[in-house]
Design a protein around this ligand. Structure first.
Ligand code: MTE
Ligand code: MO
Length: 422
């Protein structure tokens, strides 16, 4: 199913202009700018905003509970990125211990016994309905293997490969994991909540601490609206990850999993879900998670939905390989748009490409593992490239179009290795 998010967004913005949309925590200035971009309003909107206070970012504390061994993770502030070399000898699913963590603030420790999910808003008949964990567990369970990937995964390559300055965490390619999620379909919970036919948006919200961005803006608790069509399609309220209760860092006791969409949609530690008959906004679908900059609509693209196309080698950056020793280069490729169709690898910086052998049947919402044999000969630095094509025919480009916040990097990554003499 295709979600026409752009159309939905236009309708949201028109309703905001008519005073019919809800946008707590979003500055009016931001919405007016998006409206101007949609052609609904002239440039006058820009004069209504207040300047942001300038403030430097505090050094964030990690706030992650699980161990982060150096050979498995790179820490970026409150976030931890999986090292691809650590996945080389694991199976298809990312083990929970190795799954990347992206926290706006810190992992909260919640008691599963006291936890309640409140489904509320004018989009449910009773106005408000509560579920405990046992109740959710007693509903029909579904399992779905899906990636959770940060929209900023690969962001560091805007600077290192393209010489472009973007804001946000400079991830390499380790802000993705694939897990087997078990839970109840959000559609089932909405149906049991007395969903009204007039509902258009649902907005899950986390129980972690309110977020203050690096400029000192109070954005409130992490939340992002989903169009009802997606919410009713394949979204899960997950309480298990790879056969274990959801770990604290990944949203215990219950998180949202939105297959194929940017990671921010998959709200962890969900405490309530607003269901609304008017479009909803949060900072995470207005100022954030849109594409801004030259080449994108003035005032930004529609809110991001599907993830893009990427490939990674299961090797450390600057890994050492011995000349004359046959290697099996391994890696994984994935796309939010469709299953992967093929992967090609180059060991000479892109002059020649060879097809990789796919080790899994490609499926939607998850990666495919692949391998290529290679016996390096000449000692010295070498650059490895992997390039995937998905079933829509999209192939990883040489460059990703710039956007200010560095989202959706999809270009072929230049992976440096060192070949040492035998
Ligand atoms: N409540 C809450 N949900 C959240 C976040 C958060 O900070 N708080 N981070 C989001 C982002 S940006 C991403 S990429 C994913 C990361 O999920 P993970 O930490 O389980 O890998 O969770 C999303 N859900
Ligand atoms: Mo993210």
């Amino acid at each position: 199913m295709t979600i026409d998010e752009r159309h939905h967004d236009r309708r949201r913005l028109r309703q905001f202009l008519d005073g019919r949309a809800r946008a707590e925590g979003v500055e009016r200035r931001v919405l007016l700018r998006l409206l101007a971009a949609g052609g609904a309003l002239g440039a006058a909107g820009a004069t209504l905003g207040a300047a942001r206070p300038a403030r430097t970012a505090d050094d964030p504390a990690p706030g992650i509970l699980k161990p982060l061994p150096e050979d498995a993770f790179t820490v970026h502030g409150t976030n931890a990125e999986t090292r691809w070399s650590a996945l080389r000898n694991t199976g298809f699913h990312t083990p929970n211990a190795l799954f990347f963590v992206r926290n706006h603030t810190a992992t909260p420790v919640l008691s599963a016994d006291d936890w309640r999910l409140t489904v509320w808003g004018d989009g449910v008949r009773a106005g408000s309905v509560e579920f405990g964990l046992d109740e959710l567990r007693s509903l029909p369970a579904t399992e779905h293997t899906a990636a959770v990937e940060c929209a900023g995964n690969g962001r560091g390559f805007f600077a290192s490969q393209q010489g472009e300055t973007v804001s946000g965490t400079a991830w390499r390619l380790g802000a993705i994991g694939v897990a087997r999620w078990r839970g109840v379909r959000l559609a089932e919970v909405l149906r049991r909540s007395g969903l009204r036919p007039e509902a258009v948006d649902v907005q899950p919200r986390g129980l972690d601490a309110p977020y203050e961005d690096s400029s000192g803006n109070q954005l409130g608790r992490v939340r992002r609206p989903l169009p009802l069509a997606k919410a009713l399609d394949d979204v899960l309220l997950a309480y298990e990850m790879n056969g274990e209760p959801l770990p604290p860092d990944h949203g215990s006791p219950v998180r949202v999993v939105v297959p194929s969409w940017v990671g921010i949609a998959s709200i962890k530690w969900v405490g309530d879900i607003e269901v609304s008959t008017v479009p909803l906004y949060s900072p995470w679908n207005t100022d954030l998670y849109r594409l801004f900059g030259p080449g994108h609509p003035e005032g930004g693209s529609a809110p991001l939905t599907r993830q893009t196309l990427k490939s990674a080698f299961e090797l450390d950056w600057d890994a050492s390989l011995t000349a004359g020793v046959p290697q099996k280069l391994t890696g994984r490729s994935w796309s939010g748009a469709a299953p992967i169709r093929s992967v090609e690898v180059s060991v000479d910086g892109g002059a020649r490409w060879r097809p990789a052998r796919l080790r899994d049947a490609p499926r939607a919402d998850r990666w495919v593992r692949w391998s290529v044999p290679w016996t390096p000969t000449a000692p010295g630095p070498a650059t490895l490239l992997a390039r995937a094509t998905d079933a829509t025919g999209a192939r990883q480009p040489e460059r990703t179009a710039f956007n200010e916040q560095g989202y959706l990097f999809d270009a072929v990554v230049h992976h440096p290795v060192r070949v040492t003499a035998a």
